[in-house]
Design a protein around this ligand. Structure first.
Ligand SMILES: Nc1nc2c(ncn2[C@@H]2O[C@H](COP(=O)(O)OP(=O)(O)OP(=O)(O)O)[C@@H](O)[C@H]2O)c(=O)[nH]1
Ligand SMILES: [Mg+2]
Length: 330
């Protein structure tokens, strides 16, 4: 998946099943050396069907399935027996998935509702058996139709990710480091402010589930009035369920920094204040137990749950995920 924007993107090859061939067959009866035709029809090939599933939120489950093929229909047989239909293959996709033809990137369809089905590649029709070609002129047709081949194509599935968690913090707080520790996203990380100048997102695995985290450029005092990179990136977290405030313990005051961030958010859009929030104190590998106790006693905002974490030493991360998961599903 792309780590530079809010789009999950995947390219897959699909092929529907070929139709089974019609059968050329003649009845065999004891006293009738030349029985009439009784070749059955071939079965239709299986369809490839996209299906909306509101339990899915990413395209991750398709990442290692680059080729998807439906079964062919079986050929027809004697005694007018039709061939079996090839089984359909369902590709489950999250709601909001845009389906494109990979060749020219034209949009084929968009899956927007749960259980919505769209046949993206129709199975080939089975061929007619020779029974169908019997007429007054030709009583014993030695001809049956072949099956029609299935359709094959490359398609692109695209999903605009709606991040569940938005990271909020001053420049250099360790936001991108956290995202890259928790997900496969690889935003740029460096020891200077405004390293990130574009948002990025990553998918965070959580047991058999996952959630989406967005990293946005750092916010500074006056951002809502255009300072630094401004607050235009805040629109990327307006639809997030949870805001994760990340504060570097090396700031003068964690409490004041939290208030500063809240103020900037509020000036941008008051609705942001009503979101679920969590405070993570980053870079906690730089703190000893004494310092942690001191911070807990004197320098934490009262109105928000907090956790000490370190992307570098990888501690507090599972607890952080647990807390985020609970807040997302609150
Ligand atoms: N010791 C320590 N350093 C960290 C940790 N996390 C991040 N850093 C360092 O902090 C600096 C800034 O990290 P980034 O992840 O780029 O910070 P950011 O919040 O994305 O910064 P901007 O994109 O500029 O807003 C880098 O030098 C990181 O190596 C941590 O857990 N421990
Ligand atoms: Mg960054």
């Amino acid at each position: 998946m792309s780590s530079t924007n809010f789009i999950d993107h995947i390219k897959i090859w699909i092929k529907s099943g070929n139709g089974g061939a019609g059968s050329v067959h003649f009845r065999r009866e004891r006293f009738l050396p030349k029985g009439g035709p009784d070749g059955g029809n071939g079965g239709n090939g299986g369809n490839i069907i996209l299906k909306g599933d509101n339990n899915l939120h990413t395209l991750l489950h398709l990442r290692y399935k680059k080729h998807i093929k439906a079964d062919n229909g079986s050929p027809g047989q004697g005694s007018n027996k039709s061939g079996d239909k090839g089984e359909d293959v369902f590709i489950k996709v999250p709601l909001g998935t845009v389906v494109k033809n990979a060749e020219d990137e034209s949009i084929i369809t968009e899956i927007v509702s749960h259980d919505q089905e769209f046949i993206i590649a129709k199975g080939g029709k089975g061929g007619l058996g020779n029974t169908n070609f019997k007429n007054s002129v030709n009583q014993s047709p030695r001809y049956a139709q072949p099956g029609i081949p299935g359709q094959e194509m490359w398609i692109i599935l695209e999903l605009k990710l709606l991040a569940d968690v938005g990271l909020v913090g001053l420049p250099n707080a360790g936001k991108s480091s956290l995202l890259s520790t928790l997900s496969a996203a690889r935003p740029k990380i460096a020891n200077y402010p405004f390293t990130s100048i574009i948002p990025s997102v990553g998918v965070v695995d959580f047991y058999d589930n996952s959630f989406v985290m967005a990293d946005i450029p750092g916010i500074i005092k006056g951002a809502s009035k255009g300072k630094g990179l401004g607050t235009k990136f805040l629109r990327h977290i307006e639809r997030n369920a949870v805001l994760l405030f990340l504060i570097d313990p090396e700031v003068k005051s964690i409490k004041q920094t939290y208030e500063l961030l809240i103020n900037e958010l509020q000036s941008h859009n008051i609705d942001l204040l009503y979101k679920e929030k969590l405070l993570a104190i980053s870079k906690s590998d730089l703190l000893d137990d004494e310092m942690i106790k001191e911070i807990e006693k004197l320098d934490l905002p009262k109105e928000v749950d907090y956790i000490f974490i370190s992307s570098k030493a990888k501690f507090g991360l599972q607890d952080l995920k647990n807390k985020l998961w609970k807040l997302i599903h609150k």
